[in-house]
Design a protein around this ligand. Sequence first.
Ligand code: SF4
Ligand code: SF4
Length: 472
Amino acid sequence: MVQILVPQLPPAALNDCRLARPLSAHSTLVSSPILPLEWLRPHPLLRTLPLDDEHVVAFVPSLSHVAVLNQAALALLERLPLSAAEELGSAAGALHAMAARGLLVAATQPSPPAPPPSPVLSAWLHVTNACNLRCSYCYINKTTARMTPEMACAAVDTIVDTALRYGYREVALKYAGGEPLMALTTVAAAHTHAQTRCAAAGLTLQATLLTNGTMLSPARAAQLRELDLGLTVSLDGLTLSHDAQRPDRRGAGSADTVRAGIANAHAAGLAPTVAITVTGASIGAVPELVAWLLEQELPFTVSFARNQECSRERSAMLAEEQQIIVGMRAIYATVAANPPRWSLLGTLLDRADLSYAHGGACAAGKDYMVIDHEGHIAACQMVLDQPVADLTHPDPLGAIRADRNLPLGVPVDEKAGCRDCAWRYWCGGGCPIATLRATGRTDVKSPYCNIYTALFPDLLRLEGLRLLTRGE
Ligand code: SF4
Ligand code: SF4
C-alpha cells in the first residue's frame, strides 16, 4: 500500500531574526491539484534520502514540501506517467497528494518563479536599553533609557500605516531590548494599541516578547498571557555554558533563574519558544539542553552567533566550521532519540527554513523596521546605531530600502554564490550582517554556507525520521 507522510507546520515561532512565515505560506508552493493525472511525472529535481529499508524522505530543494514515501510510493513514481485508466483510478489519491506537495509536476509545467514578495511587515520595538544580564555576544550599549508608552503607540501607528501603504496583509511585532520585561508597561500599551489598530485595518497580527527569561515571575507571566503575547526566551545551555555566555551584572550565572521563569510561563498557560544561540565554544553543551527541552515538550530554535570578522584567520574559521557541523549533528542525534510532535524544518539550522520558499534569510532591508526607544528607525537591531529615519519620516520603510550604505535586502537570487544554488529558497543566503562582517559585502553567500550545505541533508533526514515516529 502506498504511504505518504507529510508534516503539519506549526505556527512559526518568532525569534530575534527569524523570518515571520506568512499564514499563506502553505499555498505558495502547492502545485495545482487538478492537473490531469496522466500528465504527472516526478519533478526533474526530485531527490530522496534513505530513512530505513522501507522509507525515504522526498523533496525538491527549495521548491517542494517534504514528504516521507514508502517503497510502494517510490515504485509508483517510477511507473509515471500512467496511461491506463484503471491504474490511474487506483493511484489517484497518491498522485494528487504528491502533486500537491510539489513532488510531481505536469510535463508542460514551466519552471517555478522566484518566491512572491512577503505579505508580512515585521518590526522590532526596542522598548528599553536596560538589561540585567551582560551576555558575551550582546551588541547593546546598555543604559537605563526606556521607550515611553506614548512613543510606543506612535511607533505602532507608523508600523500599521507603513503596512497599509505598502499593501502588506500581516504584521509581526517583536518587543525587545535590552530586557523588555524591564519596560512591561510600555509593552502592554504598545500591544493593546497594535491589536486595536491591526483589527481596524484588517491586518493579521502576530507578536512575541523576546526576553532573557530571568524576570518571568508568575505575575508577569500572567500579564503576558492576558495580553495574548507570544514568548521567546533565550537559553544557551542547561548550566555552565549558558552561565559563561549569559552572566548577570555581577558575573553570576543565570541558567537556573531562566529555567524557573520558563516554568512560571508554562504554569501561566504560555507556550514559550526557547531561542538557543550557539558558538563554537558552547555547542558541545547544547545536546544536553535540547534533551531537556524535548522532555519538557518546549519548542526551540537554534541560531549561530554572528561573530565572524573579516580579519579572522581562515584556519580559525575552518576549525570553527567543523566544530559547529559536528556539534549540530550531535544536536540532531539528540532530537532523533526523542522527536517532537512539531515540524523541525524551520527551526534547527540558523536562519534557514526548509518549510517554504522565501527570497531572503530575514526581512532586514525590505520588510523590516527596527524602532528604538527614542523613535529612531534602523534596518536591523544589530545596526541600531545607524538609523536611517525616525518617527517623523513620511516613509521610513522606503528610506530603509533605498539605503545604499547598508544594503541588507539583497535577494538570494542576486547574491554571488547563491543565485545558482539549489537550496537558495530554503536557505535565503544567511544573515546579511554576518556576511558583511565576514566579507565586507552583502551581495555574496553566507560565511556559514559550508555549514548549511553540509547540514541540509541531515535536517531533511531528521524531519523524515520524526515523521515516521510521529506520523504528522
Ligand atoms: S549561503 Fe550557501 S547554501 Fe545558502 S543559498 Fe547561498 S550558496 Fe546556497
Ligand atoms: S540582518 Fe542578520 S541580525 Fe539583522 S535581522 Fe537579518 S538575520 Fe537578524
